[in-house]
Design a protein around this ligand. Sequence first.
Ligand code: SAM
Length: 417
Amino acid sequence: MTSIRIAELAFLIKENTFKVDEYMRRNGLPSPTFDEDGPVDFKIQSREIQEARAIAIDSTLELHQLLLGPALCLRPVLNGTSLQAIYRYDIASKIPIHGEVSFKELAHKCGLNEIHLRRFLRFAMVWHRVFQEPRKGIVAHTAASRKLVEDPLARAGLGYMFDEVWQSFAQTFEAMDTFQSDEPNKTGWNLSQHTEKPTWEYYASHPEMASRFAASMSLFSDSIGASPSFLVQGYPWSSIGDGRGTIVDVGGSRGFQCVAIAQSFPDLHFVVQDLPDMIDGAKNALPTNVESRISFMEHDFFTEQPVSADIYLFRIIFHNWSDANVIKILKATVPAMQSGARVVVNDYLILEPGILPPIREREVRAMDMIMLSLFNSREREKEDWQSIFQQADARFTNVKVWVPEGATLAIIEATLE
Ligand SMILES: C[S@@+](CC[C@H](N)C(=O)[O-])C[C@H]1O[C@@H](n2cnc3c(N)ncnc32)[C@H](O)[C@@H]1O
């Protein structure tokens, strides 16, 4: 049977890769390459071709694992040290674009032992296609390392992943055994950062980490399936208060989701609530065409909601909190809600195993594991969302859950009757 499957996968890879290749040629798009000048964003607009790309990726993953065999699948080399070093010593920015540098000189520039530098970079070259060695002992950029030089968000995302997320993974079981708690300050992240404060509180006194986190979030929001445009197009905003309603974006960060909605719906009004450090100076950074309709307010969402509105939006908030804490947040929201007001959640949704294409299921399950290590929280299935709303207030009826086509995040809507 296996030999049939590997041949089938090889066929799928060929058929779908050809489709992507043909689309790129037809649209004058550069073909993917690891070279320094290679494209970092493929700019595939067609849904069909995005699907073909996903099938090719899923098939290559499965074929790769089948050909490795179970013994090697059980021995992955999951080592983040090399990418962590690249971030920590800001190695990419020390290599000129379209230039090259020797390991020796680069080690000197980074203040690193040459042997360590060489092992970090050669690992990154063969595992991640970050940097290349055009001649022995000489380092130059690839498309990935160049992106680290040119895109501060990509750099922030790398730092967040390896300085915080990976460290938390390693301490997760220790935290589970030690604390046996689902509170957000009893996690692998807390042990790895040596703090008893929950993340958000800790960030308040560590502004560099807070802004690195915010940058990582906006990097993530720019990725195809998480773009704010899915929530803009996937929800009937024009019907809210006859198109003139008020939306409170709870934990709305610096308001970029509200900006996206406001730009498409010119009569809606928005209040972005978040902790003081997160919104500091955010009003001044708003685009002028929506500035008059978006205000910012300091608000801790565990305290009673002070604003009466049509919609309370929680975008990528609840997946950071345990069920008990989500229920507390909802209970604090309810007193401000008139009958008919709605809570709209834009967050992950776990489907039954095998329903999503493997590459998408991997993403959601990876996020679910990250939530455990960072926040003692979890991603949820449809029934989990329904149960949480019911536990928060029995008047939350008719909880609707849907995923806009192509989106990573689901929309969960609960109306207070
Ligand atoms: C994962 S981010 C999501 C931000 C934004 N909604 C988005 O879609 O990108 C979580 C946000 O919750 C905010 N937050 C955390 N604890 C909070 C609290 N107790 N009250 C209000 N906001 C809080 C954080 O500052 C952060 O901006």
